[in-house]
Design a protein around this ligand. Structure first.
Ligand SMILES: *Cc1c(COP(=O)(O)O)cnc(C)c1O
Length: 371
């Protein structure tokens, strides 16, 4: 699905030097690279505070801990996302309230969010799925009216821009009270291990987030709250520092691949290509098709047999997962998610394709439907 090796080869000298520097100084934890990367990411995102941490799941957990959410508080999120989003809600004994998504963008349905708000609702977690922003303006408005926190799960859309009605642009992950991301190797800004970060423009919240990520320590050996141990290590920060200046080019490369795929599949009776909303750019963490009036699972197998990696994100709706079953979830409330799990398929997407590879992939996909 991704070609991390070719990408590494294009920046090998810089990466190797950066890693060697950490080895030479032996500042494996909290080395200067961590602070430097933090500052550079703050600049890139135009956000006041970046709090690096160990992974994207921790980032979500720390964000929810810092907002003082209490057991039984309801947190609304999308039914069509990676499990981490709902896992941390449940882990903190908050009540996950899953809602349906839109057919065309796979992102959280604003009307469904509205309907799900109760007096117990305390937060909404939009996930910017597959690389484009959820519709933040109406969500922010709803949050304001109902005094709710917005936590953006931005593990998949770092670098995407959201445009407000008045023309203001903001980076994905910087619009809610807090945003989170993951630097898992296959993410759009990936390190060579685990990594994550939290974003906020709120000074007090930033201090709390930092403290919680560091055992709840306020000053050395004084603990104001119960925290966790969640750090981005220096080697990963050094790698991310090398990769961050390439992020916009990486987004562009992904968009070029998406354009190639879109052109190849345009107006095909069995293939619906991804839709990008007007208010957002799309950085294509995944390139996800919907297959109609044809057998998606057979296509999946056929491509595998032809050495084309492909994946079903996500094959099972969260509301039917054993871990997250809840009487309040009614199957009929998830009409779109229930359909998407049957019809979506994601094609290989990365920054290092040549045209020959893309031609092979698109031709095999098209051949499947004429077999
Ligand atoms: C990858 C991902 C996460 C979790 O990130 P990790 O770094 O793997 O913990 C959370 N949410 C979404 C939507 C993701 O895609």
């Amino acid at each position: 699905m991704v070609d991390l090796k070719s990408q590494y080869n294009t920046i090998k000298t810089e990466i190797d030097t950066a890693i060697q520097n950490v080895l030479n100084t032996t500042a494996y934890i909290n080395g200067p690279e961590v602070k430097e990367f933090q500052k550079e990411l703050e600049n890139y995102l135009s956000v006041k505070h970046v709090i690096p941490c160990a992974n994207g799941t921790d980032a979500l957990q720390i964000a929810m801990m810092a907002l003082n959410l209490k057991p039984d508080d309801e947190v609304i999120t999308s039914n069509f996302t990676f499990a981490a989003t709902v896992e941390v809600i449940a882990l903190l004994k908050l009540t996950p309230v899953l809602v349906d998504v839109y057919h065309d963008t796979f992102n959280i349905n604003i009307e469904a969010v509205k309907k799900a708000i109760t007096p117990k609702t305390k937060a909404i977690v939009p996930v910017h799925l597959f690389g484009q922003c959820a519709d933040m303006e109406p969500l922010l408005q709803l949050a304001k009216e109902h005094h709710l926190h917005i936590i953006e799960d931005n593990a998949q859309a770092i670098g995407a821009d959201y445009t407000f009605a008045d023309g203001t642009k903001k980076k994905a992950g910087t619009m809610g009270i807090v945003g989170t991301t993951s630097f898992f190797p296959s993410k759009n800004l990936g390190c060579y291990g685990d990594g994550g970060a939290i974003f906020t423009n709120d000074d007090d919240l930033a201090q709390k987030l930092r403290s919680i990520a560091n055992h709840g320590m306020a000053q050395r050996y004084y603990y104001d709250s119960i925290g966790v141990n969640s750090r981005l290590d220096s080697i990963q920060a050094a790698i991310l520092k090398v990769k961050l200046p390439h992020l916009d080019a990486y987004c562009q490369a992904r968009q070029n691949v998406a354009n190639f795929y879109n052109n190849a599949f345009a107006n095909h009776p069995n293939i619906i290509t991804p839709t990008t909303s007007d208010f957002t750019t799309h950085v294509f963490h995944q390139y996800t098709l919907r297959i109609i009036n044809a057998n998606r699972n057979e296509l999946h197998q056929y491509l595998l047999e032809n050495d084309i990696p492909n994946a079903i994100y996500y094959p099972v709706p969260l509301h039917t997962q054993k871990a997250y079953q809840d009487n309040r979830f009614k199957n009929e409330d998830f009409e779109v998610t229930n359909e998407l799990v049957q019809t979506v398929i994601s094609l290989p997407m990365h920054t290092e394709f040549d045209e020959e590879q893309l031609t092979y992939i698109t031709q095999k996909v098209l051949t499947f439907f004429t077999k």
